[in-house]
Design a protein around this ligand. Structure first.
Ligand SMILES: Cc1cc2nc3c(=O)[nH]c(=O)nc-3n(C[C@H](O)[C@H](O)[C@H](O)COP(=O)(O)O)c2cc1C
Length: 167
């Protein structure tokens, strides 16, 4: 485990998010889940480095992260396209994504949410709050193209309290 300043890996994380995505882990008590995200990312809020995780309200993860706003972000530095596609298409409502698909839950250091063990780069985030996106606040082009079905994102904001390479 090696801590790394977030400023040194922002571009790497941004590139991974744009190319296959990263893993977002959420948990509330015994209930845990993982999904793939490609939007959002590292930013600064309230004087600290944060991660913004946009989760649509239809996701199983949404109900969990609304109850416990902490989350982790797993950034694979080897090829996990298959696992990212799986976590990004199947729902935790129907299947335990941590079982039998090469996505292993392991303990985080600072938050009560698992990390994806296979990922070489990890972010652990403490809840700062969330913002519900409203359709009528979006320009018509975005509203019609991205939210035609009304399945809005909520932006979950987490303060990055740990950033480290697992090996
Ligand atoms: C590359 C990729 C990026 C994605 N990005 C997001 C995202 O930023 N926000 C979101 O709500 N869903 C995103 N998804 C879709 C969710 O990962 C997908 O709906 C998933 O099955 C939700 O899982 P859950 O129902 O277990 O929460 C993405 C999927 C893929 C494959």
């Amino acid at each position: 485990m090696r801590e790394i300043p977030i400023t040194e890996v922002v571009n790497l994380i941004t590139a991974k998010m744009a190319n296959g995505g990263v893993f977002l882990c959420v948990a509330n008590g015994e209930t845990k889940n993982v999904m793939t995200i490609g939007w959002g990312g590292v930013n600064t809020f309230f004087g600290a480095p944060c991660f913004l995780a946009p989760v649509r309200q239809s996701r199983y993860s949404y109900g969990i992260i609304r109850k416990n706003g902490a989350f982790t972000v797993g950034v694979p530095l080897h090829d996990m396209r298959k696992q990212l596609a799986f976590a990004g298409s199947e729902s935790g409502r129907d299947v335990d994504k941590f079982v039998g698909h090469g996505i292993t839950a392991a303990s985080a250091q600072a938050v009560n949410v698992p990390i994806v063990k296979e990922c070489e780069l990890q972010l652990e985030c403490e809840p700062q709050g969330y913002v519900e996106q409203k359709a009528d606040m979006m320009i018509p082009e975005i509203r019609d193209r991205v939210y035609a079905d009304g399945d809005m994102h909520t932006f979950f904001l987490g303060k990055i309290v740990r950033c480290y390479y697992t090996e």
